[in-house]
Design a protein around this ligand. Structure first.
Ligand code: C2E
Ligand code: MG
Ligand code: MG
Length: 469
């Protein structure tokens, strides 16, 4: 064999080995399908009105169908399948009208199984660009060519599958690291007791050491403050200002999150009432309170919120409740009932940290959320390359399709701010505009004409004189 050909073969083999290593690191082949993949397949089928849809991943010889909507088999030989064509073309393969009916017998293998001759197949890539699988939609009847927007939507859905795959890889790596640590750690009993203990938190509550800070949420096109996220802090007499992640886990574990959470809700409602008293135009503001898992296991939560609204005299439109997917998992049935009652009260429900959970899309279908908050890890990576950017684009598009508002969290740079507006994201919050502030500092900000924050200094410098946005 000539030397050049030998080298090409070696390159191909190396690429294939790298592709397989990336796939194995996600652990997707040896697992059950996840609800998030089912939801992506279903969403793709619904969006394109396809007769079937599936997500599959290919190892060296087979394509494993991990989730599907409509008819599908569990696995297929990889040889001569659509997957081979997607790999060969290093991109999408589309057969959408009768003039392009696929001819080659081998290439019809997957289609024959489904008995659907028209399809669109786009790659699911790892974060470093390797094709690991594919997202397919199938049609019984010929359909028009895919327009660029449709193809982009399908690719965005495939990117969403890719981000789930990445999360799965991180989870797997994290679990392995944790068990290594557990094995190597000796004499745990000798370790100093971690701080804070239950009694520290109890005392903090009794001695009124908790305070709420508020981070403005703005309309990105005008920089007008439309909401304020309440974020708890512990003002410790010796240790200073303690961030929530240092004590919320213990509060949850000890059950003290219930009285602490009740205090936070009541404090936030009173505060917004105070701001409205100062200026009645602030009644269009919404205060957003974070709730944790334990608070949802209480069936009386909606009654409690209703009583608070009556007591403080604020309207339900002025209150929003933020929760993460993981807080809903422990008791799904109760969570669903509680969310339904809260929704009937008229308070807004926000899904926090969207994209980082286990099965985001599935929950979006099941729970009555009004707003999606894009997790700041995605916003932070937006300028790192195409894929994170596509994920943000997909989340925004997904929210649009589902009729939800989107808030981008953690905006720190002018570039992120510009890109988010370009992608049609309406709302955001982040250090670029304002850090979480004391209620007194927020009172000053609310006095700005029209509640409009000034253009961030960094952006002014970048764009020349302030031109507004
Ligand atoms: P979260 O609800 O996702 O809140 C957003 C977090 O991102 C806040 O951290 C905020 O300070 C931070 N953040 C906002 N903008 C930026 C930015 O541009 N860059 C960076 N790097 N960070 C930004 P914080 O206040 O430390 O709160 C952490 C988490 O603690 C919250 O995440 C929320 O899950 C939880 N938490 C806060 N207050 C409460 C509460 O009253 N009850 C419960 N159950 N959880 C709370
Ligand atoms: Mg939040
Ligand atoms: Mg968040």
């Amino acid at each position: 064999m000539p030397k050049a050909e030998l080298e090409t073969d070696r390159d191909d083999a190396e690429q294939e080995a790298a592709r397989l290593a990336a796939l194995v690191s996600t652990g997707i082949l040896d697992s059950e399908p996840e609800p998030s993949y089912d939801a992506i397949a279903r969403l793709a089928a619904e969006y394109f009105q396809a007769d079937a849809a599936f997500i599959g991943f290919g190892d060296e010889s087979r394509v494993w169908i991990k989730s599907h909507w409509g008819t599908a088999v569990r696995e297929l030989p990889r040889k001569d399948s659509i997957f081979e064509r997607v790999l060969a073309e290093d991109g999408p393969v589309i057969v959408s009208n009768s003039s392009k009916r696929p001819q080659a017998e081998g290439q019809l293998l997957v289609l024959k199984v489904l008995d659907m001759p028209f399809f669109a197949s786009v790659p699911v890539r790892s974060f470093d660009g390797k094709i690991l699988g594919l997202l397919n939609i199938f049609f019984r009847e010929p359909r028009c060519e895919m327009v660029p927007d449709e193809l982009r939507m399908l690719e965005n859905l495939a990117d969403m599958a890719a981000s789930q795959l990445e999360l799965r890889r991180l989870r797997k790596a994290f679990t392995a690291q944790k068990s290594r640590r557990a094995r190597s750690s000796v004499a745990i009993a000798d370790a100093p007791q971690s701080w804070p203990r239950r009694q520290d938190l109890r005392r903090a509550l009794e001695q009124h050491q908790f305070v709420l800070y508020y981070q403005p949420e703005i309309e990105l096109s005008t920089r007008k403050i439309v909401g304020l996220e309440a974020l708890i802090r512990w003002v410790h007499p010796e240790r200073g200002l303690i961030p929530p992640m240092d004590f919320i886990p213990m509060a949850e574990e000890s059950g003290l999150i219930l009285p602490i959470g009740d205090w936070g809700l009541s404090e936030a409602c009173s505060q917004i009432q105070t701001w409205c008293r100062e200026d009645s135009r602030h009644s269009s503001l919404r205060v957003l309170v974070n709730l944790s898992a334990r608070q949802f296991s209480r069936e009386g939560l909606a009654d409690h919120v209703e009583a608070l609204l009556l007591q403080t005299g604020i309207s339900s439109r002025q209150l929003g409740l933020e929760m993460t997917e993981s807080s809903l998992i422990p008791n799904m049935r109760t969570a669903l009932e509680v969310l339904g009652s809260l929704r009937r009260l008229g308070v807004s429900l926000l899904m926090d940290d969207f994209g980082t959970g286990y099965s985001s899309l599935n929950y979006l279908h099941s729970f009555p959320f009004d707003v999606l908050k894009i997790d700041r890890s995605f916003v932070g990576r937006m300028t790192d390359g195409d894929q994170p950017m596509q994920i943000v684009r997909t989340i925004i598009e997904l929210a649009r399709v589902l009729g939800m508002d989107v808030v981008a969290e953690g905006i720190e740079t002018c570039e992120q701010y510009r890109l988010l507006r370009q992608l049609g994201c309406r709302f955001g919050q982040g250090f670029l505009f304002a850090r979480p502030l004391s209620s007194e500092a927020v009172t000053q900000l609310l006095r700005l004409p029209g509640r409009v924050l000034p253009e961030p200094k960094a952006c002014e410098a970048l764009c020349g004189r302030s031109r507004g946005v």
